[in-house]
Design a protein around this ligand. Structure first.
Ligand SMILES: [Zn+2]
Length: 354
């Protein structure tokens, strides 16, 4: 039995969007969300801001970042090999041996990440994780000039790993982090727009930019949107694989439903309401506790302006920030349902002050 992947999600996963280079993901969001939004805006940081019900109250902001990890070309040596710096938090042990796609002004260039073969290492080197400058990208160029015909300093690369389903709704892709979240906030707005009765709230779904390098798009878009209530949507660690100590990392699993976060970064009323919505829908959900600002857009939004009541839901995911992140697509669908229900439950004047 094959699982039906929503085209909007599939297109976002295919789009290549390292932080600061989000053009392809922006185009997908534009194509699917703009037609149903009442107003739609771009800004100088590359965010996409879709509004439903502009006169509604309270103002609810839903934020899912659309940027992903990447490699940025910093130097080309005389033989035409490309050196790079990393965009976002890479695990250096998994960079080499990959097919990569480099985005250039003249279209894509394919290459591989190379490093010295195991046979050519001494015993000490074999135990080490390579440093960035010990890995390079090989595009088959014959010289620096040959490489420069196709590549420019500042071009960016992503892994050539596309979405693949391997057991029903369970699949792997290069950047569920966080195309999943961008899809969820966009799809929530699309479904709310289709409902007969509009919600009381103004709903603003933002595909944020530059989360992976310091929640930058969320910082500026939260200022613009000026919401009463915000929910960030990201991926969270599923701890159900063989090397995750539950005593350290809690207990969350693939297919267990949205992870609802609790802690100082989270407004307690928003948390309660997310829980109530999940129970009403009778969908599975799981809890995560975080004692500090989370590593998500929620961190920036909560302390934006004069303080914003913020919540966080996450899609459980294995192998975060590797080329093969694994999720259960059913969890993504449940997050959409949860946010639709949450948005419908808001009443005028409801600002989650406590
Ligand atoms: Zn991330």
């Amino acid at each position: 039995m094959s699982y039906n992947v929503p085209p909007f999600l599939a297109e976002l996963l295919h789009a290549r969007s390292p932080s600061g280079y989000e053009t392809e993901a922006q185009a997908v969001f534009d194509r699917h969300v703009k037609p149903v939004a009442d107003t739609y805006a771009n800004d100088a940081l590359g965010n996409r801001i879709a509004t439903l019900n502009p006169k509604g109250d309270p103002v609810l902001m839903l934020a899912g970042h659309m940027d992903e990890l990447g490699l940025i070309i910093t130097f080309i040596n005389k033989d035409g090999f490309l050196y790079f710096d990393t965009i976002g938090g890479h695990d250096l042990s998994v960079i080499s041996g990959r097919r990569v796609i480099i985005q250039t002004t003249n279209g894509v260039v394919k290459g591989v990440t190379g490093k010295r073969a195991i046979h050519l290492m001494d015993d000490d080197d074999r135990k080490k994780v390579p440093k960035k400058h010990e890995i390079w990208i090989d595009i088959g160029a014959k010289s620096k000039d040959d490489a420069l015909e196709r590549i420019s300093i500042g071009d960016v690369a992503t892994y050539d790993h596309e979405l693949e389903l391997f057991n029903g709704s369970i699949g792997a892709a290069r950047a569920f982090d966080n195309k999943a979240g961008a899809y969820i906030v966009g799809e929530t707005l699309i479904r709310l727009a289709r409902e007969k009765k509009r919600p009381a709230a103004r709903v603003v779904s933002v595909a944020t930019s530059q989360e992976e390098i310091g929640v930058r798009g969320a910082t500026t878009s939260a200022y613009l949107v000026d919401p009463h209530i915000a929910i960030a949507v990201d991926v969270g660690h599923a701890t159900d694989h063989p090397d995750c100590d539950n005593r350290k990392y809690g207990e969350t699993k693939l297919g267990g439903g949205p992870i609802i976060c609790r802690g100082a970064n989270i407004n307690p009323k928003i948390y309660d309401r997310l829980l109530t919505a999940a129970k009403k829908l009778k969908i599975p959900y799981q809890l995560e506790a975080d004692p500090r600002p989370t590593g998500t857009d929620a961190r920036a939004i909560q302390v934006g302006r004069s303080g914003i009541a913020t919540g966080l839901i996450s899609v459980p995911l294995r192998y975060m920030h590797t080329p093969s992140e694994v999720v259960d697509l059913e969890d993504i669908e449940r997050c959409v349902q949860l946010l639709v229900e949450f948005a419908k439950g808001l009443e005028k004047g409801d600002y989650a002050h406590w």
